[in-house]
Design a protein around this ligand. Structure first.
Ligand code: GLP
Length: 247
């Protein structure tokens, strides 16, 4: 595991975008696993700038997102479909038919989960998976207690996760109670993983994820077992890590 301490959010975003750009340049038909949330917004901004400068080209890139809320249509401003379109897809030359997210409105979530898992396999698996970190150590929407052997599945969101994401919704009642997420097993199959973490509020959980016991109680801790993980975190998020990882 490679741990990079960035100066601040802007530096973290820039360093993470550089790693993604390198992947795109070296393999122009990469399968990128993408994430949502506040942390990764700066990364998408950098990638858009790199694209505008013609440094990177998304023509052959395919993307698979980690998760989607249930019950929201792709046009719902709170859906992750909408988030991705607004913050990234519509600004670069990604072919919309090459961008995949779970269908949160599927009549049978169970069927949708297995369809999504098969889709990822049929693409040949994920070359590089981008991850943020939840305040309780979740990755994707894999909440504490999720089995490490779970593939894409339906989850009931914890109250703390709904609260943490409430800033994106007009009212508390609008926050969905469930989501479809790639499972830990799906995430661990990615050939490379990039975990990005920002802010002092995640410093303690990041320390547990990287240096604590590997346990389903802290879903992100499984990343310690992956052979190719890069962690890019800002100074505030690194403040509880051993001294050699801080700047
Ligand atoms: C959500 C998403 C995760 C994301 C996490 C952290 O729950 N499902 O993929 O990593 O929140 O979000 P933020 O970056 O806004 O703190």
């Amino acid at each position: 595991m490679k741990i990079i301490c960035a100066e601040d959010y802007a530096d973290m975003s820039c360093k993470a975008a550089d790693l993604l750009s390198e992947q795109i340049i070296l393999k122009s038909d990469s399968i990128l696993g993408l994430a949502t949330g506040g942390t990764v917004l700066g990364i998408y901004n950098h990638l858009i700038q790199q694209y505008q400068k013609k440094h990177i080209d998304f023509a052959q890139i395919r993307t698979v997102n980690l998760d989607e809320y249930t019950g929201l249509s792709p046009d719902d401003k709170n859906s992750y479909h909408w988030y991705m379109k607004q913050n990234f897809f519509s600004h670069v030359n990604l072919d919309p038919s090459n961008c995949y997210l779970p269908d949160g409105r599927a009549e049978s979530p169970a069927e949708e989960c297995s369809r999504y898992e098969q889709l990822i396999a049929s693409l040949g698996g994920i070359d590089l998976q981008l991850l943020g970190l939840g305040h309780n150590g979740h990755i994707g929407f894999n909440e504490p207690g999720t089995g490490f052997d779970e593939k894409t599945h339906l989850v009931t969101l914890s109250e703390s996760t709904r609260q943490a994401n409430s800033r994106f919704f007009p009212a508390e009642n609008d926050i969905p109670k469930q989501a479809i997420t790639m499972g830990i097993k799906s995430i661990m199959k990615a050939r490379r993983i990039l975990l990005c973490v920002s802010g002092a509020a995640k410093a303690e959980i990041l320390q547990q994820v990287l240096f604590g016991p590997v346990t389903p109680k802290i879903p992100g801790s499984i990343l310690q077992m992956h052979p190719d993980v890069t962690v890019i975190a800002d100074m505030a998020a690194c403040s509880c890590l051993p001294e050699e990882y801080r700047i």
